[in-house]
Design a protein around this ligand. Structure first.
Ligand SMILES: [Zn+2]
Length: 443
């Protein structure tokens, strides 16, 4: 039976358990899934397909998986930098959010994020924000795959002015998007152990369990959070979450910077997952998550960018490069976090962190055809001794030429097919100008 699409003349970087790399390979897609893979035969004959795409010797790999972010925060890219986290949040981000966040602005900002992610090889993202229905509509329109969490916090928030309605709002969101199925999976995103009381945490987790969804939360991100919770509760943020009963294999902890050995043992025992966001943690000077110790303890660690206001881009190639180097210098050991480990974090381990490893994260027969094609005939990727090394230490998001999600092309030859990118940029530019005017008016 012929394939819908055949990609040939490719270096297949599979991210399968053996981390197999197939030079001179082909990959066939049928019904949105990877139907078969193989080596180019010597006689040049190829399997039949309705459409054939020459990868021109480039790398074909699983689409990258961004395990943590706040997509609409593209609106605040570069608005306020080089500030301590508390000042940055209280004096800049929260006022900006109050001034400009409504479903329409969130829709445009999310479309911008999706275009940026698609153009830099991300095919699945995990988000937590407010007005999440608007986020979900935009991500759905872009064709990206996503786990999207309605934000829950014990204070008035965009779209949820009365925090006593936060769980009901999350419930409506989860019910609606679960019923729709497809590439969007709903989730609940509790802001943090300091901004959500025990009752909020427990109700949110219960809601996730009821629907079989991922529970997300920022945890142990900053020194301030660690000290604040220890002072108030007499225990670490991780222990507090464990006592509340919200840590299990369907829990994703964003950051985990301020964790000690006991916290790491708890996370490992509960099989909770970590989203590591090195660039955000570095930019806000939050600290360095002990990723090597987490991996040694058997914890699944995915990679994330965090929101655009604290990074300031959504390029996971940059995050891979940074992660690999950050932990080498922290540990004074160039052998830690080798390229292969970092690529796993950005692909199959990211999929595990989101509970989607059966469907995405590697090029394996039967999985969703979520893949990217990198052009390697460029000076900075020549010669191509080791594809994994090239991806982590030399490649950039802009080397991604083609992106497919569920067998559908979202990007071809660096053109986003699902989003009118110039129009989206114009809208976001206009919204950001209105934001600046509004913030000036209030000063
Ligand atoms: Zn975050």
């Amino acid at each position: 039976m012929e394939f819908d699409t055949l990609i040939h003349n490719a270096v297949l970087l599979t991210c399968n358990p053996a981390f197999e790399i197939i030079p001179g390979g082909w990959l066939g897609v049928r019904g949105g899934r990877i139907a078969a893979m193989g080596h180019e035969s010597e006689n040049g004959r190829r399997p039949a397909a309705r459409e054939t795409l020459d990868a021109c010797g480039g790398i074909v790999m699983p689409g990258l998986i961004n395990t943590h972010g706040h997509l609409p925060m593209t609106l605040f890219r570069g608005l306020a930098d080089d500030l301590p986290l508390e000042v940055w949040l209280a004096d800049h981000i929260f006022p900006a959010e109050r001034a400009v966040l409504h479903p329409e602005s969130i829709r445009w900002a999310t479309l911008l994020a999706c275009a940026e992610m698609a153009l830099s090889g991300t095919t699945t993202c995990c988000d937590g924000y407010f007005h999440e229905t608007a986020v979900a509509e935009a991500v759905h329109a872009s064709g990206l795959r996503a786990v999207l969490g309605q934000g829950v916090i014990d204070q008035p928030a965009p779209g949820v002015p009365d925090p006593t309605h936060n769980i009901a709002t999350a419930r409506d969101f989860c019910r609606n998007w679960r019923a729709r199925g497809g590439t969007i999976r709903p989730s609940v995103f509790c802001h943090s152990p300091y901004a959500c009381c025990r009752e909020t945490l427990v109700s949110s987790k219960r809601l996730c369990d009821e629907f079989g969804l991922l529970f997300q939360i920022h945890a142990a991100e900053t020194r301030w959070e660690n000290e604040h919770i220890r002072k108030l509760q007499g225990m670490s943020p991780i222990r507090l979450l464990d006592r509340a009963g919200v840590l299990d294999e369907h829990t994703l902890l964003a950051h985990g910077v301020w964790v000690d050995d006991e916290d790491i043992a708890i996370i490992a025992a509960r099989r909770a997952k970590i989203s590591h966001n090195p660039e955000s943690n570095m930019k806000l000077a939050s600290g360095v998550a002990p990723v090597t110790r987490m991996l040694a303890a058997g914890i699944t660690v995915g990679l994330g960018t965090d929101g655009c206001a604290s990074n300031n881009d959504l390029d996971l190639f940059a995050a891979m490069d940074t992660a690999a180097k950050l932990h080498k210098v922290m540990n004074h050991d160039p052998t830690v976090l080798p390229a292969e480990t970092v690529i796993r974090m950005a692909t199959i381990d990211g999929a595990r962190a989101l509970g989607l490893a059966g469907e995405i994260g590697s090029l394996e027969t039967g999985k969703q055809a979520d893949l990217i094609i990198l052009e390697t005939r460029v000076p900075h990727l020549t010669p191509l001794h080791h594809p994994a090394s090239a991806i982590v230490y030399a490649a950039k998001g802009s080397d991604v030429r083609t992106v497919m999600v569920g067998g559908r092309f979202l990007v071809r030859n660096r053109e986003v097919l699902s989003v009118d990118v110039p129009d989206v940029m114009d809208h976001v530019q206009r919204i950001s100008q209105a934001l600046i005017a509004e913030l000036r008016r209030k000063v």
